[in-house]
Design a protein around this ligand. Structure first.
Ligand code: BES
Ligand code: ZN
Length: 429
């Protein structure tokens, strides 16, 4: 296993186990699901902890365990996994045992039926043309200017309020757009969601997401600096620019498009799980979900890496097609996290098609994330890389927002064929 920021193994184990034993009196339990590689690393430090259930997920996926742990140890575990064991993966938080066990049995796949055609160039091209890296830069600087955006801190709440006010202002005067903050149990940071109601099929949805929160792994506190400029102010800023350009261009989708900034991703995908679960519980028809988590640090040769695990391969192929159509100068690569590394996994667990276009290969991502050094300057001091992802997100939203369903498509094709044969018949007469 390659360690991200190698510590002396002995020192790290000592610090880790000291933290665990210091609070072993705690009896409030939390539930997590955790990959086998990560679990094997923390197991020696969690004496007596035995998985309630374990299951091999997906094709070549690793074994995942549902484990109950003392709630006040979660941050220590998160810190240790983020810092030492990132190559092994993080963990996903669950409120109850039932939720943790349910995560081992993902919901059957479901999606609104459509063919991934690219045929709305007249709508997409003008929107992409007026997008700018400068707007993205402004948003990254604003978000990374909060002391931190930690899910429990007051500045984490302020950041959510700022984004809510900003998106509300952008949507002013549009009766078809609603902006809301979503409350989660157990922490004060709210997710933010802006929804454009579809004009023809409002019950079919497209979701574009990024996470609002940030974290400092070494010594998190209310006042610790965690700018999270790349992780993930860049994703929120890319989405905000896609939104700005779509609104400026007066784009009106047939289907509903939701822009979401999730709370509490860094501590086990907590905000996105709530939201994805409520879409599924409402039997919402999902066309597609896109996650932007880290878009502004170009660490590897290709421009956009499509992550192939916890995502949908057909939708990923569609994204690659969107790049070759609308961003033909860009090079697409493929890679994977190897674990449920961001909010796309919450949607995938609910059976919805997701994708996660990423800034670099996994191994060559931004080395400053989760530290006080994750600043705009340290992602290159410009937002040109993030602009590529903003454009891809807008192309994805517009093509899917205006796409015909496969039935309509078939119908249209049949109609066209009928028209051609009628014309031929007329010509032959
Ligand atoms: N942005 C990261 C995920 C990431 C980091 C992807 C580097 C690719 C390269 C995300 O915010 C994160 O830190 N996720 C956690 C897991 C989560 C379930 C708590 C992680 O990777 O440890
Ligand atoms: Zn992130």
């Amino acid at each position: 296993m390659r360690l991200r920021r190698p510590l002396s193994g002995f020192m790290a184990a000592l610090a880790f186990s000291a933290c665990l034993s210091a609070s072993s009196a705690a009896d409030k339990k939390a539930w997590i699901t955790i990959g086998d590689a990560a679990f094997r690393q923390v197991r020696p430090l969690l004496p007596g902890v035995v998985p309630a259930e374990s299951r091999q997920l997906g094709g070549g996926g690793q074994k995942i365990h549902a484990v109950s742990v003392p709630e006040n140890e979660l941050e220590t575990i998160a810190g240790a996994l983020h810092q030492r064991l990132r190559q092994c993966g993080g963990f996903v938080f669950h409120n109850t045992e039932a939720e943790a066990r349910a995560a081992l049995h993902p919901m059957p796949a479901t999606s609104a039926s459509l063919t991934y055609a690219i045929d709305h160039r007249e709508l997409v091209v003008p929107v992409l043309a007026q997008m700018s890296d400068k707007q993205i830069e402004t948003t990254i600087l604003k978000l990374s200017g909060f002391t931190n955006r930690y899910y429990k801190s007051s500045s984490g709440v302020d950041a959510s309020n700022w984004l809510f006010a900003t998106w509300s202002e952008m949507a002013r005067g549009r009766a078809d757009i609603a902006v809301k903050q979503i409350t989660h149990t157990g922490f004060p940071q709210q997710s933010v969601m802006l929804s454009i109601a579809g004009s023809e099929k409002p019950d079919e949805s497209i979701v574009l997401g990024a996470h609002l929160d940030s974290i400092l792994v070494s010594r998190m506190s209310d006042t610790a600096p965690a700018p999270g400029a790349d992780d993930d102010a860049s994703g929120v800023a890319s989405l905000t620019e896609a939104l700005r350009a779509m609104l400026e261009g007066q784009y009106k989708p047939k289907r509903s498009i939701h822009f979401v900034a999730y709370a509490a991703e860094e501590v086990g995908l907590r905000g996105s799980q709530d939201i994805a679960r409520s879409f599924r519980q409402a039997h919402s028809k999902m066309v597609g979900v896109l996650q932007l988590d880290m878009t502004n640090y170009k660490g590897a040769a290709n421009d956009i890496y499509l992550f192939t695990d916890y995502t949908d391969s057909k939708q990923n192929a569609f994204l690659a097609q969107l790049v070759s159509t609308y961003l033909p100068d860009l090079k697409v690569g493929y890679d994977q996290c190897g674990y449920a590394c961001s909010d796309h996994a919450s949607w995938q667990a609910q059976g919805y098609p997701t994708s996660m276009p990423f800034e670099s290969s996994f191994a060559r991502d931004n080395p400053a994330i989760h530290t006080a050094k994750d600043t705009f300057a340290n992602s290159g001091g410009q937002a040109l890389h993030a602009l590529k992802f903003a454009r891809l997100a807008a192309a994805f939203a517009i093509e899917l927002g205006s796409a015909e369903t496969s039935a309509e498509n078939g119908g249209l094709r049949k109609q066209k064929a009928r028209r051609v044969s009628t014309r031929r018949a007329l010509l032959n007469n």
